[in-house]
Unconditional design. Sequence first.
Length: 278
Amino acid sequence: MPDLERIHEGIDKDTANPNFRLWLTSMPSNIFPVTILMKGIKMTYEPPRGLKNNLLRSFGTQDKVKFEECKKPREWKKMFMGLSFFHALILERRKYGPLGWNIPYEFTAADFAISQSQLKMFLDEYENIPYEALNYMVAEANYGGRVTDPMDRRLIKIILKQFYSPDILEEKFSLSQSGAYKVLDDPTFDSCLEYIKTLPMNDLTEVFGLHNNAEISSAIIDTNTICTTILSLLPRDVGGKGVSSETLIKEKIKGILAKLPKPVDIDEVAKKHPVIYE
């Protein structure tokens, strides 16, 4: 990192090629040179939020031709759809804080990819679907290897059990009480995508097995995260005057309030435009 900062400072804008661009990719790190970060154009990539976007991402990474290549096509498509739901479900539970997981785990696309490969391999090589082995590999090894809390480990097993079971092969298999989330009876790649696009943009708490009030906890967590992020980005001192972050926030709020129109005088409006019931 020090070498990178030194090289960056040694670049002369007058002699450098005008078409020169330096692209840097990095995971979040507290040792990344601040000078490079401040002078460069920042781009961040975040995984999609919501069950709908997560499902679209899972299907978007699939090859349409290879998706059809399996010795048990119906079982493969329905169970793959179930696996995609499972992956999206455990990711989105994190937004509910302790109501979702006791510890927020960083499940990744690699966990999904290895589980997908194992599912296809087991379906191709075994005449009868080994549900017990599939449940163990996914809940104990692939995803479960990241889970450290005993209750979270128990929960992930329960969640997976509804997807990796003979019930998922039944017709009209629903994942929620309202039937908004379901596994298609005879899915194809295109029909799955079309169905996913019809899902609600805002997740229904029933699919997580949570009460509707859980959305309040999710909103509070999001608000606290935004406020904490804003505070962390604000400078502690401005122009050597020792202006605190709280003062900056208050000034910003005063500026917003000054731009707002004056409150409407309801009594005056009622006199000018009376409501007459005839």
